[in-house]
Design a protein around this ligand. Structure first.
Ligand code: AR6
Length: 175
């Protein structure tokens, strides 16, 4: 029997690099050549081969996504997406953040990834208010999972308490 949507979306307080998923999503920048925050943590945990593969990709547009192997991570793949920098919400940030989630999920579907985890994209260095980001992230994910049962489960791995509660509230508001 098919699991209900409520049993397919999770919010956890966790370091995403430790999760054994089919894929984890990276909050990258346009160069895809690494950075701080979750990007730095993913590159450190995956090892130098991840950067070598990223160098072959030629960057990524804001709102887009690219896929690589996971190397030393417990996850098989890394999906690199580039969130918008928050500029007050009037420069198309909500649509770009939604596009990141859609593009990442579309890559997951294409690569037969069944379980994946997202960090709170744009909620760190890029300054997106977590309560606004959470609504978009959860809303896009719920809509996608409803349409595509091949992607079975999505986990949001939140690193900070404030982010965790924002995502938890947005999840509860969905049902
Ligand atoms: N696991 C899960 N979440 C984490 C982890 C971790 N190990 N480490 C940090 N976070 P950020 P952005 C959370 O800044 O805002 C990079 O330099 C963090 O607490 O990593 O999209 C890129 O190269 C926050 O809630 O990504 C870009 O230049 C969330 O992950 C830029 O930062 C996202 O914070 C992207 O900025």
């Amino acid at each position: 029997m098919t699991a209900s949507l409520r049993e397919r979306i999770f919010v956890v307080a966790a370091d995403i690099t430790k999760l054994p998923m089919d894929a984890i999503v990276n909050a990258a920048n346009n160069s895809l050549l690494g950075g701080g925050g979750v990007d730095g943590a993913i590159h450190r945990a995956a090892g130098p081969q991840l950067l070598e593969e990223c160098k072959t990709l030629g960057g990524c547009e804001t709102g887009g996504a690219r896929i690589t192997r996971g190397y030393r991570l417990p996850s098989k793949y890394v999906i690199h997406t580039v969130g918008p920098v928050w500029e007050g919400g009037i420069k198309g940030e909500p649509e770009l953040l939604a596009a990141c989630h859609r593009a990442s999920l579309a890559l997951a579907l294409e690569h037969r990834i069944r379980r994946l985890a997202f960090p709170a994209i744009s909620c760190g260095a890029y300054g997106y208010p977590a309560r606004h980001a959470a609504k978009i992230a959860l809303g896009e994910t719920a809509a996608f999972l409803t349409r595509h049962e091949q992607v079975e489960e999505v986990t949001f791995a939140c690193f900070e308490e404030e982010t965790f509660w924002a995502y938890e509230r947005a999840l509860n508001a969905l049902f």
